[in-house]
Design a protein around this ligand. Structure first.
Ligand SMILES: Cc1cc2nc3c(=O)[nH]c(=O)nc-3n(C[C@H](O)[C@H](O)[C@H](O)COP(=O)(O)OP(=O)(O)OC[C@H]3O[C@@H](n4cnc5c(N)ncnc54)[C@H](O)[C@@H]3O)c2cc1C
Length: 284
């Protein structure tokens, strides 16, 4: 399905961008984890959001989400796992692909450090999506590195495919089927030669054919390696344009201050800029 604007990230910046773009009558798809997963949901009291002091973060997010929904934005709940730039932008979520003509990145702050061996074996035993790649490992041993809330479900799915599944995580998982062994994660490294042969956990190797590393989000520079960043923040101009044509960014991902009001303001500008970009192309 094709939209004028695709937004990756469902926090304050993404929702504000959606409202702005809908105001210019563009079709908008917001791809994001559940809106309740924005870090703002953890704020017990937000005192500095103009005109609405004393709300909880969850209350604000609920209003933001409702506003974007009422404005006509469409939503897909899930992780944007891959992005292809060709004749617009194609974003992969699970086994689905969504196409847009302008792209707004609002992923918040995404931890970007990788495990040793992870980048080297990506696509050769390392995967970020059990739903997409699970069948490749049917009846073979796999390890799931569970860092996101949906990781236990993905591990259960792999087990149902016949994979001999081990679950590694920094904390006790919720919803993991009882017969899947769980190890508390320490230092991890992906090992192999050509393809993955093991995951090393605190110096001990677990032999496996696949390692599924399931984080809550994929860093924007993994989605778009040519994206220019500085000290981990996406570089933007005052129109929230990045160095890549048709790609805009807003919110915490563009750097400090990490505040909801800044995210909303930048999201609004990014939404308008994406519409101007489409109008200048002249085909929308
Ligand atoms: C405890 C706490 C208290 C806070 N209190 C305040 C306060 O009082 N006042 C204030 O102004 N700010 C406060 N903040 C900061 C505020 O939460 C952030 O500045 C704001 O949420 C940033 O909005 P954003 O839209 O840029 O990013 P986020 O809110 O982080 O939203 C980004 C969303 O996109 C998702 N995402 C990322 N990558 C992908 C991907 N590849 N696919 C799908 N989804 C993806 C993320 O999971 C997340 O849900 C607080 C933060 C915390 C943690």
């Amino acid at each position: 399905m094709e939209h004028d604007v695709i937004i990756i990230g469902s926090g304050p910046a993404g929702l504000a961008a959606a409202v702005a773009a809908r105001g210019r009558d563009k079709s908008v798809l917001v791809i994001g984890n559940r809106w309740q997963d924005s870090p703002l949901a953890k704020a017990e009291r937000v005192e500095n959001y103009l005109g609405l002091p004393g709300r909880t973060g969850m209350e604000l997010l609920e209003e933001f989400h409702r506003h974007a929904e009422q404005a006509g934005a469409e939503f897909v709940t899930g992780k944007a796992l891959a992005l292809m730039v060709w004749n617009g932008f194609s974003v992969t979520v699970g086994s689905q692909v969504f196409k847009g003509n302008a792209l707004i990145l609002t992923p918040g702050v995404v931890r970007q450090s990788k495990y040793p061996g992870e980048a080297e074996f990506l696509g050769r035993g390392v995967s970020y999506c059990a739903t997409c790649d699970g069948m490749l490992y049917r009846n073979r041993p796999v390890v799931v590195v569970g860092l996101s809330p949906d990781a236990p479900k993905e591990a259960n799915y792999l087990k149902r495919l016949g994979c001999q599944t081990v679950y590694v995580s920094p904390k006790q998982p919720e919803g993991l089927e009882e017969d899947i062994p769980f190890l508390r994660a320490g230092r991890l490294a992906v090992k192999g030669e050509g393809t993955v042969s093991a995951l090393e956990v605190d110096g001990a190797e677990i032999p496996c054919a696949g390692v599924f590393i399931l984080r809550p989000a994929v860093a924007p520079t993994d989605l778009l390696p040519e994206l220019r960043t500085e000290n981990g923040a996406i570089q933007v101009d005052r129109q929230m344009a990045t160095n890549l044509p048709g790609v805009f960014a807003a919110g915490d991902c563009t750097g400090a201050p990490l505040q909801a009001a800044k995210a909303v303001g930048e999201g609004h500008i990014a939404g308008l800029s994406a519409c101007r970009y489409l109008d200048d192309l002249g085909t929308f």
